[in-house]
Design a protein around this ligand. Structure first.
Ligand code: FHN
Length: 433
């Protein structure tokens, strides 16, 4: 942990017993739905459209007049997540464009001033509580809109650039007030998912252009843990977790992969870990992005994450009218179908003793190893350094077909039966020490 990170983190944090319990629940849950949605969905060009197209604050504000998602049905969204086998939802409450999806007293740029006039966070929170799904709230630290925000990502374009540094204390109070609303008015909140820590560009007119942001996490994290001690804090800062954080997150990467160039951090062995990924290549609704990952690719992502002991937060960008495009719905339903048969090999499991291999990976419970075979053309699979003395039973999870095994030296060899045809064929090994 770097010294400056420590200075800005919650000092002397001891998680409450209910927080530790919530961490365990989270780690067991394994699969969640990420929802990037708001007025930014209207242009159909992703959630960074304001920045990418250099739209001025004034022009961007017009989106508020058109956001009227009359097809939005919280019961359907939550039901869809449950049907997909997801145990929690992480909802955008305020993204970098500064739009608040709830009835907030602290900004006029909010859902109550759209033609829709209904509090989305409330509708989702009530429905999640009703259907037994935990709700986590995404909250952007950085803001492209407010004058009291002192940094400049997203406001560097024509006519949008900041020239002065705003009043940082005002901005910090604004965030604390909003977080207090979110953690007071919507019942139990599973966690707060911070994003935007990485904005470190001082505006052109700033006295010290090399200054780094002090997010005052000590106060912000302290406030959250005071309001709801069980509420988990995660921060997408792409670094080793700071004190005060209750889970770690990766973006578009499994720990150790760093395909995105964002994931140099090592996975925590103390905190639950989550990774998020998109279905196409966009977080927010995007009409030109049709690079959909296949059902199998998404499944393998979930299974490999589980094999590393990591949660998978899979994103959708709903349409501006509140509907969800069929390419997303179909994939979620397919994953749910798979989990209805194979869920016991994913939920409440631990990382496999072997890291994911070219042929697949392992998940574990006390006396069971689930061997996930992605490559169903193989005749056998070898588990090196097998840590158990005996395999009491070995069978396919789908239909109990027996699997022949051989333990030799410290290797277990599993001979795959003929009826191996699933994109992830799961073999259960009942083992004894
Ligand atoms: O800039 C955001 C992006 O829009 C999206 O919300 C992702 C989700 O992990 N986080 C940021 C990029 O790190």
């Amino acid at each position: 942990l770097c010294i400056s990170c420590f200075v800005f983190a919650q000092k002397n944090y001891t998680p409450a017993p209910e927080n530790l319990q919530a961490r365990q629940w989270f780690a067991d849950a394994r699969f969640g739905l990420f929802i990037h949605w708001g007025p930014f969905s209207i242009p159909g060009d992703g959630e960074w459209v304001m920045n990418n197209r250099n739209i001025t604050v004034k022009n961007y504000s017009r989106l508020m007049d058109f956001f009227n998602p009359i097809q939005f049905d919280a019961a359907k969204w939550v039901g869809m997540a449950k049907d997909a086998g997801m145990k929690y939802i992480t909802l955008i409450t305020r993204h970098h464009d500064g739009f608040s999806m709830w009835n907030t007293k602290y900004s006029d740029f909010n859902i109550m001033n759209t033609p829709y006039k209904k509090d989305i966070v409330k509708l989702m929170a009530d429905e999640c509580h009703k259907q037994g799904i935990k709700l986590y709230l995404y909250y952007s630290l950085l803001d492209w809109r407010r004058d009291d925000y002192s940094w400049s990502t997203g406001r560097t374009g024509k006519g949008t650039g900041r020239t002065v540094q705003g009043n940082w204390n005002d901005y910090l109070s604004f965030m604390k007030n909003q977080l207090t609303e979110l953690l007071t008015n919507y019942g139990e909140i599973g966690g707060i998912w911070f994003d935007g820590h990485w904005d470190q560009t001082a505006p052109e007119g700033a006295a010290d252009r090399s200054a780094k942001i002090d997010w005052h996490y000590d106060e912000i994290y302290g406030l959250i843990h005071k309001l709801q001690p069980a509420c988990l804090i995660g921060n997408n800062h792409h670094m080793t977790p700071f004190p005060g954080e209750d889970f770690q997150m990766f973006e578009k990467d499994l720990p150790g992969e760093n395909k995105s160039g964002l994931s140099y951090q090592e996975a925590s062995d103390k905190l639950p870990v989550e990774t998020c990924e998109t279905i196409n290549n966009s977080w927010g609704f995007n009409i030109t992005d049709t690079t959909y990952k296949s059902n199998e690719q998404l499944l393998h992502y979930l299974v490999k994450a589980s094999g590393l002991g990591v949660n998978f937060l899979l994103n959708i960008g709903p349409m501006p009218n509140g509907e969800i495009q069929p390419e997303f719905k179909d994939r979620l339903h397919w994953m749910g179908d798979w989990l209805r048969t194979y869920g016991e090999s994913i939920y409440n499991t631990n990382a496999g003793y072997l890291k994911p291999q070219a042929w697949g990976c392992l998940t574990q419970k006390t006396d069971k190893i689930y061997v996930h075979v992605f490559d169903n053309k193989r005749a056998s699979v070898i588990l090196e350094q097998f840590p158990f003395k005996k395999i009491k039973k070995a069978y396919l999870l789908k239909d109990k077909t027996a699997v022949k095994t051989q333990l030799k030296n410290d290797m277990a060899q599993l001979f795959l039966p003929d009826n191996i045809d699933e994109p992830d064929e799961v073999i259960v090994l009942e083992v004894k020490n």
